[in-house]
Design a binder for this molecule. Structure first.
Ligand SMILES: *Cc1c(COP(=O)(O)O)cnc(C)c1O
Length: 199
């Protein structure tokens, strides 16, 4: 997760072999994506997504992990340039319940995923979740296990999904123990973030 990091810092990570970078503010990300074009970086959008930013995400990113409404998914699909491969898409599921409001409820994840799978500009890859912070690995593993169960349900319905985007610096071990295929690490790679990005 390279949010708040400069393109110079990201370039260092690229030189060290890191290929995938996650951003969660479109405005902050676009200049970095432009500065590093041709570098071989794969860009993941993982943040709150407003309808008026869908076009930018569809044009600049390779992945979007934070799809939680059909309207947004449709806008991403509509704006995906025809010459590009479909945008790799994950549905964000609210596995922490009280801690955050982002993501769909578990019961809504499968119907939304089925609708996303039908959109031509997107390719459904799997699910993303953020565990409750600071509650210890046992509770976090339960939350991650919920996401894994949903991915298995999607497979049982015939979807060819392969991605469980879960785990960050604080809880990556619990996430990997529950089957994460993609962890989103910021602090443990780049160090503490200096400031919170303005909302
Ligand atoms: C910032 C962020 C991360 C990385 O957090 P760290 O604690 O720095 O590893 C992971 N996932 C999302 C959605 C983020 O916004």
């Amino acid at each position: 997760m390279s949010k708040t990091r400069s393109s110079g810092t990201i370039r260092e990570a690229l030189d060290a072999g890191c290929r995938d970078f996650g951003e969660n503010y479109v405005q902050e990300a676009l200049p970095k994506v432009a500065a590093l074009s041709g570098s071989g970086a794969t860009w993941h959008f993982i943040g709150p997504l407003q309808g008026n930013k869908a076009k930018d995400v569809a044009q600049a990113f390779d992945w979007c992990h934070s799809i939680d409404r059909l309207k947004i998914a449709e806008a991403l699909s509509r704006h995906r340039p025809p010459g590009m491969a479909p945008l790799e898409a994950c549905i964000q599921v609210n596995i922490s319940r009280e801690a955050t409001k982002s993501g769909v409820e578990a019961a809504e994840a499968l119907p939304l995923a089925a609708a996303v799978a039908r959109l031509p500009g997107l390719r459904l890859r799997g699910l993303m979740g953020i565990a409750t912070p600071d509650v210890g690995p046992e509770r976090q593993r339960k939350e991650f296990a919920l996401l894994r169960g949903l991915l298995e349900d999607l497979r049982a319905e015939g979807h060819e999904v392969d991605t469980l985007s879960m785990g960050m610096t604080q809880d990556l071990e619990a996430a990997i123990a529950e089957g994460a295929t993609m962890v989103r690490i910021g602090t443990a790679i780049f160090g503490e973030r200096e400031r919170k990005h303005p909302a």
